[in-house]
Design a protein around this ligand. Structure first.
Ligand code: MG
Length: 162
């Protein structure tokens, strides 16, 4: 079926450790505790990349950017996001909007939200109102609640460009 609109979902989780940097949505939000990862560990952007790839049935982020590939060591996930948007563009799709939720105990995300939305929008060729971001805690329940990790969920809508 040659559909005009397609939807995708994304999810990611990363472990937190002391002495690492926490980068979310392309913004450094903490420098005393951060994600343990091969890239910059930006769970929010990874969930968004998977939502975009999912919308176009292009697999997942692990297939496109294997963590065994030294090329992606320490890479900014904004670069990965730009690459995913380019893959969609090559197939005739543009991003309509992105909606995401971050789940973590700390730090408070509100002061960083606008900058995150702005960076995501820039990388995805969207206006800032094309990017929605929410954040919640896990109310001290489970691994997120104990501060052991950060979780992110994302949905993306893409449309065939005329
Ligand atoms: Mg990841």
């Amino acid at each position: 079926m040659n559909t005009q609109f397609r939807i995708g979902l994304g999810y990611d989780v990363h472990r937190l450790a002391e002495g690492e940097t926490l980068v979310l949505g392309g913004v450094t939000v903490a420098e005393d505790i951060g994600t343990v990862a091969h890239s910059d560990g930006d769970v929010l952007l990874h969930a968004i990349c998977d939502a975009l790839l999912g919308a176009a049935a292009l697999g997942d982020i692990g297939e496109h950017f294997p963590d065994t590939d030294p090329a992606y060591r320490g890479v900014s996930s904004l670069e990965l996001l730009r690459h995913c948007v380019m893959l969609l563009d090559e197939r005739g799709f543009g991003v309509v909007n992105i909606d995401a939720t971050l789940i973590l105990e700390k730090p408070k995300i509100l002061p960083f939200k606008r900058e995150m939305r702005s960076r995501i929008a820039e990388a995805a060729s969207l206006d800032i109102d094309g990017v929605s971001l929410k954040a919640t805690t896990a109310e001290r329940m489970g691994f997120v609640g104990r501060g052991e990790g950060v979780e992110a969920h994302a949905a993306a809508l893409i449309a065939r460009k005329d």
